[in-house]
Design a binder for this molecule. Sequence first.
Ligand SMILES: C[S@@+](CC[C@H](N)C(=O)[O-])C[C@H]1O[C@@H](n2cnc3c(N)ncnc32)[C@H](O)[C@@H]1O
Length: 242
Amino acid sequence: MGKDDLFAREENFKKFEFNSDVAAVFDDMVSRSVPFYSELQQTFLKLGHSFTQPDSKVYDLGCSTCTTLALMASVIDDKSVKFVGLDNSQAMLDKAEEKLQQVGLADRCELNVADLTEDFEIKDASVVFMNWTLQFVRPLHRDRLMRKIFAGMKEGGALIVTEKVVVSDSMINGLYIDYYHDYKRQQSYSDVEIARKREALENVLIPYRVDENIELMKRAGFQTVDVFFKWYNWAGFIAVKR
Ligand SMILES: C[S@@+](CC[C@H](N)C(=O)[O-])C[C@H]1O[C@@H](n2cnc3c(N)ncnc32)[C@H](O)[C@@H]1O
């Protein structure tokens, strides 16, 4: 796994993109930048497993290097369950394919380049993961995307969404950001790297509040929406189609 030193060596990294430089170090970047990343992957596995139905599909929207689907496919033996990973970055999907080949699961997962803000196919889904991806979809497209996901899901299916979030109280919001930056320092990111990445993500990663995310899912038709994870400015949601 390549070490993420992108923002240590690249002063002119203006706007964050999931390009081949990021894909090359993504697994290191995400595990050091997203608090509880590996614990959350185990939580996704547990939740996902509980909602997977025979003769259905398990989707990962914004699958990146396919960590979640590789875990799911390694424990779900039922061959009537199909795994589909979608991402708009070919560089990420190339890394995903490499990972799936290495663990012998490439034949169980279909990977497609797709932009979630445009037309893409989603159907017969019992589980849909969308982890740390909705925050990169422009707010203008979020309602339509959520309705499309809901329409493509089976009754009893679950959508699992994890996001960076904001808090309307600016004092608490500021504290959470400080605590998150402390976490990044503990993960060996320097203050310069933290500041450059924050700038590169400005207007690229657009977080909602917890209540805005819940309302978004409810508006799309999900009857049950719950917060299964919260750590300062990070949250995980489960939404069920009844
Ligand atoms: C932070 S990563 C997701 C991490 C991944 N879900 C995991 O569990 O490791 C966000 C991913 O969303 C993808 N993405 C961002 N905007 C997208 C869009 N409009 N359509 C499809 N994929 C998108 C990026 O290419 C990137 O791979």
